[in-house]
Design a binder for this molecule. Structure first.
Ligand code: SF4
Length: 370
């Protein structure tokens, strides 16, 4: 990439390059949408598509590739608006982990871009100014790192930075200013951008907007949830050997051709969906039932999966399963005897989550068994 022309702060082109800055959306003037318009107007489908791509890239694991090709192809309006749309999407995913990962990915993208030679010196200065932390080219006649930042200004971000390289002890100080190389300046600015994002994420999404977004983006949100690691509320790979005994018994009963009542079927389908099983695999779990009817089963499974904007129904808790006679805690073979106190355990999903934190063993009969 060649050197690109520096653009003034406040221009749409500037904000398309740095859409995380305050004022980015208002720079669009009459094209600036309300949150509702951003979520549902056909005018902004390009921005929504790019926003989804930003989120999926962040959830894809260790960063690979310098940028999203989609960013370069998109028009300026889409580039600006994809950022707040992505922020909305990650705010609907479980916990704060997805939002943090997205913020880190965006910060890394910024750092890589600023380290490159395509960004002119004037633009770096403008960006630092827009972030509220002025930085300037060194004017010292002595050999210098190239950039300088007043010490109190530098400490604003570096004091809480996680990366060791930004700690003051690793910088060169001269007459109250911190000298920075171009690479260190890029790291410092992206750290500032990251800290700013982490302060506001996940966004507090108003209930009405949340409902709208969950309905319109249910497919995407489900896809994103499937990509979350288990520790961030995602299902991870399904591990049936770690299912609680009540669920294992329901599966065994069906596989043996025995009838299972409505409550048991619902508990099983909702549990399998929540742990990340695909619809086809859930339907398969019911194939042995004496009155199995594939279209009806598929319809019922879809109803359970699509509930609440794709989040799905939550399976009944232990107390309900005990009352229904579906608890099989006497069969719990997990090393930690997770079912021994159903009140404390509370939920079959808790059994699965805890069982998955334990190393696999070859011990017979329960969680951890391979
Ligand atoms: S205690 Fe809970 S998880 Fe364990 S078998 Fe009973 S209902 Fe299932």
């Amino acid at each position: 990439m060649g050197v690109r022309g520096a653009v003034p702060l406040g221009s749409r082109t500037f904000y398309a390059r740095y859409p995380f800055l305050p004022g980015a959306t208002t720079s669009l003037g009459s094209l600036a949408p309300s949150s509702r318009e951003l979520v549902e107007s056909p005018l902004f489908e390009g921005a929504r598509g790019l926003g989804r791509a930003r989120v999926l890239q962040a959830l894809a694991g260790p960063p690979a590739g310098r940028d999203l090709p989609e960013v370069g192809d998109a028009d300026e309006v889409a580039r600006v608006l994809s950022f707040p749309f992505a922020a909305l999407l990650v705010s609907l995913l479980p916990g704060s982990g997805p939002a943090r990962r997205w913020a880190r990915r965006e910060a890394l993208r910024l750092r890589e871009e600023l380290e490159g030679s395509a960004v002119q010196v004037e633009e770096l200065q403008t960006l630092a100014h827009a972030l509220g932390r002025p930085a300037r080219r060194s004017t010292s006649p002595e050999p210098s790192e190239g950039w300088e930042v007043p010490l109190p200004v530098y400490l604003g971000w570096s004091a809480t930075a996680r990366g060791r390289d930004l700690k003051l002890v690793h910088q060169r100080l001269r007459h109250g200013v911190v000298e920075l190389s171009r690479g260190r300046l890029a790291e410092w600015l992206s750290e500032g951008m990251l800290q700013g994002l982490e302060e506001v994420l996940p966004l507090k999404v108003e209930p009405e907007l949340r409902t709208l977004l969950e309905g319109r983006e249910s497919g995407f949100l489900e896809l994103a949830r499937q990509r979350l690691p288990a520790r961030e509320g995602g299902p991870g790979p399904v591990e049936p050997e770690r299912f609680p005994p009540c669920i294992r018994e329901l599966m065994k009963e069906l596989a043996a051709g025995h009838n299972v009542g409505h409550q048991g079927r619902f508990a099983l389908a909702a549990f399998l969906h929540k742990v990340g099983m695909e619809a086809d695999a859930i339907v398969e779990a019911f194939r042995g039932a004496p009155n199995f009817n594939e279209p009806i089963t598929r319809y019922q499974v879809d109803q359970i999966r699509r509930h609440d904007g794709g989040a799905g129904y939550t399976p009944p808790e232990c107390a309900t399963l005990i009352t229904a006679g579906l608890c099989r805690r006497e069969l719990d073979g997990s090393p930690a005897r997770l079912c021994s106190d159903p009140v404390a355990l509370k939920h079959p999903l808790n059994y699965y989550r805890r069982a998955r934190t334990r190393p696999r063993t070859n011990a017979p009969g329960g969680a951890g068994r391979t």
